[in-house]
Structures are given as structure tokens and as C-alpha cells.
Design a binder for this molecule. Structure first.
Ligand code: SR1
Ligand code: MG
Length: 413
């Protein structure tokens, strides 16, 4: 059958013979199906019966957020399924189980996470999640390290680089929406009107535009590891105990620090939007502590893997430990981690900008109904983003977090 988008009505008929669903859910006539996709791209169905539940995610041949005028290949579903498989190996338990993949229909049947909600929603509501930053920092470290030439056999990684190089259109979205469009008057951009003077300043800022393009060069040319590619707080689900990373359809090979930077950026946006949400006064402190925990867990796990699993062609033991010089290996690791932190802070900066100036905004700010208050919060994020992108080589993660705290009381408009 050629590709056809599912509907809640057609799904039981079309997928009712799939053993993996029939075994878990029983008679398709009794399935309850809801379309719940609220992301920018896909259809997402919850399929339930009295005996079980599943998620069916199907790609649409266009960008859902914009409409059929912006076509997008169905093949992104293949990259998502392939990335989930690799992430499940590299950080077991961190991603939902994939039960079935149908390439022609661009659909993935997977574990229904319940009672999980999207992390972004939970942060807007002021809910805490034990171990959140540490879990996500470890996920970034494990996937970054184990997807790179620090760990994989060279031939395996090269084949994988070639495979994921096919995810052209999704990379193109990031290349334009994250690294370029915020810095000029791109057709689909929008921003809160009161930001106009701040936006004009950013777009006239030569150092910032150089920084954004340098970061874009790294994104396109540094195929260091298999990135999730879209690791914001809408790509994480939580239930108070369990945490899962979802939605890696933007997966591609890129710099070690990309996922880390995007994630930290979205935590900082959750923090900077708190004045617009009625949460406990110390919730912001918790958010910053979890942001710090992302980096410290990343550093600790990456260090652990460096010392115990460094079997790839990069930084081979022959150069260090085998010559009785473990300190030199540590020096090399520290240099690499400095470079990853620099990358991450740069990505963090441009991600702050694109979520406020570009096409795809974040509910953290969007749901602040008072436009003046929203603009005040967003202006702080723009200022923080500028410093992080331009000064990324001279800023520590603690400095970045402290700067967010200081800016939160300032008028940046
Ligand atoms: C046109 S897609 C817009 C954004 O949604 C996705 O989640 C990615 O973040 C992308 O940049
Ligand atoms: Mg997504």
C-alpha cells in the first residue's frame, strides 16, 4: 500500500492485523484511538484497549506547523526509528521501546508512556522531577561518547555517518531556523512587538552573526557523534519518577556539544519564563540547580566513559596509558571537554534567540498572556543568548547559570 496518513477512524482497520498490536490490545473493534500530536511535524495517536496501550507516530509529508506549502520527506521516520535503536543501546532505558517500524507508511509503533507528560509542560506547571538534570546529562554523555570515534569501530561509524547524512531536510531546518533566520528578517519569523529595538540591535551585531555562522560551520562540518538533533524540553517526558527522551527525527552526525547546548538552553528558558508563571518562588532555584546538574553529570559520565570505554580510534591508549602517561590522557580529556562546553554554550545562545525570534517558539514564553511581561522575560533571554554565543570560549557553565540569575532581575528591553 502506498503511504496514506492515518486517522483515528482508519487506524484500527489498517493496523488491526499487526501482531504486536493485536497481542497487546486485543480485538481492534474495541480499540480507543485519539490523535494527540501537538508538535510541529507529525501525527501521534494513543491507541488503548482494556488490555494495553501503544503510541503510533506517523510522519506527514509536510510541516504540520506550517501546512502543505512546506513539504518534508517521510524518510525522517526512518531516521527517528534508527536513532531510537542506537540510543536504546547507548543508554538503555532512556528512550521508549520501539515495537514496530513501517517505512512505507512512515510510522513507528512504540511504548505508550503513562502517566508521563512533556517536560516543558511540567516545568511550566512548576513540577519538580527528582534526578532530572543528572539523567539528561548522562544521556547526552552516553550518546555523545558511544556514538563517536572515541568508542565505535571506524568503519561502523563511517557507514552510520553516511546513512544519517541522508537526513538532509531536517538538518536544513536546523541550519536555517537555529543558525541563520533569527539574525535577519526571514519570512516566517515572528516576535513579541515590544522586542523590536532589541531585535534590531541583534541583527546589526556583527560579532553575533559571526558567532552564529561559526556555530553553523561546526553543526554542518563536525560529524563527531550521532546527535538527537532536537533535544529541547518538548523532547523529554516525565512522570515524577521515570524520564524518557523522545522524538529524535532530527538525528544526524554533528558536534559533541549540540544536544547538551540545546537542552541547557531550554532549561534556561524555563527559568527565565518563570516570572510569567504562578509557581513556588524557589522553583527557579531548582531549575538552575538542575541545569547545573546536566553539565556536572555530563562531565562525570563522559569522564567515566573516557577512562573505561575509550576503544575507538581517537586518543588511543597507545599514545597515553600504554606509555605509562595517564596524566597526558587526562590533559587531552580536559581539552576536549573545554571544547564541548564551548560548543554547547554557543548552541545554547543561538537556541535562546531562535525560540524568541524565529518560527518555532516555546510555550514557556508563549503562554505568558501579558505581552509586556512576556517581552521583559524574552529580552533577558536575548541578552543572555548574545553573551553566550559571542563569549562562549570564555564562559564557564556556572557563569552562564549565574548570568541567567542576574539577568532575571534586570530590564533588558
Ligand atoms: C519546522 S519545524 C520547527 C521546529 O520544530 C522541531 O521540534 C524543531 O525544533 C524545529 O526546529
Ligand atoms: Mg519533535
Amino acid at each position: 500500500m502506498t503511504y496514506q496518513p492515518l486517522t483515528a477512524d482508519s487506524l484500527p482497520r489498517r493496523l488491526g492485523t499487526l501482531a504486536i498490536l493485536a497481542d497487546r490490545l486485543g480485538d481492534p473493534a474495541l480499540w480507543r484511538v485519539r490523535e494527540v500530536g501537538d508538535g510541529n511535524l507529525n501525527l501521534v495517536f494513543i491507541v488503548e484497549s482494556d488490555s494495553g496501550a501503544a503510541i503510533v507516530k506517523q510522519a506527514l509529508p509536510y510541516v504540520r506547523l506550517v501546512g502543505e506549502s512546506w513539504p518534508l520527506p517521510l524518510r525522517r521516520s526512518f531516521f527517528e526509528a534508527s536513532a531510537l535503536e542506537r540510543q536504546a543501546e547507548r543508554d538503555p532505558g532512556a528512550v521508549p521501546e520501539v515495537w514496530h517500524f513501517d517505512e512505507a507508511q512512515a510510522l513507528i509503533v512504540m511504548q505508550f508512556l503513562t502517566p508521563h507528560i512533556i517536560l516543558r509542560r511540567s516545568l511550566i506547571q512548576g513540577r519538580r522531577q527528582e534526578g532530572l538534570g543528572a539523567f539528561l546529562g548522562r544521556f547526552c554523555a552516553r550518546t555523545a561518547f558511544r556514538g563517536s570515534d572515541l568508542s565505535l569501530a571506524a568503519a561502523e561509524r563511517k557507514a552510520d555517518v553516511a546513512l544519517f547524512a541522508g537526513n538532509v531536510e531536517l538538518c536544513d531546518i536546523t541550519e536555517n531556523l537555529v543558525f541563520t533566520d533569527p539574525y535577519h528578517d526571514a519570512p516566517l519569523n515572528r516576535h513579541t512587538p515590544a522586542l523590536q529595538p532589541a531585535v534590531a540591535r541583534l541583527r546589526a551585531d556583527a560579532a553575533l552573526k559571526i558567532a552564529a555562522q561559526e556555530l553553523k560551520v561546526e553543526f554542518t562540518a563536525c560529524a563527531e557523534t550521532l546527535m538527537h538533533g532536537d533535544l529541547h524540553t518538548g523532547s523529554v517526558m516525565v512522570d515524577g519518577r521515570d524520564i524518557k527522551v523522545i522524538d529524535p527525527e532530527f538525528a544526524a552526525y554533528g558536534p559533541f556539544g549540540f544536544d547538551l547546548g540545546m537542552l541547557v538552553s531550554n532549561f534556561l528558558m524555563a527559568y527565565l519564563s518563570q516570572p510569567g508563571h504562578a509557581n513556588a518562588p524557589d522553583f527557579g532555584d531548582w531549575l538552575l540547580a538542575e541545569t547545573a546538574a546536566i553539565w556536572s553529570a555530563f562531565r562525570a559520565e563522559f569522564t567515566h566513559l573516557w577512562r573505561t570505554e575509550r576503544r575507538g580510534m581517537l586518543y588511543p591508549e597507545e599514545l597515553y596509558e600504554a606509555q605509562g602517561d595517564p596524566l597526558a590522557a587526562e590533559a587531552a580529556r580536559l581539552r576536549l571537554m573545554d571544547r564541548i562546553r564551548t560548543q554547547a554554550l554557543g548552541v545554547c545562545g543561538v537556541e535562546l534567540h531562535r525560540r524568541i525570534l524565529g518560527l518555532a517558539h516555546n510555550a514557556d514564553f508563549e503562554e505568558i498572556a501579558d505581552e509586556g511581561l512576556r517581552a521583559a522575560c524574552e529580552a533577558r533571554a536575548l541578552s543572555l543568548g548574545r553573551v553566550l554565543a559571542v563569549e562562549r570560549a570564555h564562559v564557564d557553565m556556572d557563569d552562564a547559570i549565574e548570568l541567567a540569575r542576574v539577568l532575571n532581575g534586570r530590564d533588558c528591553l
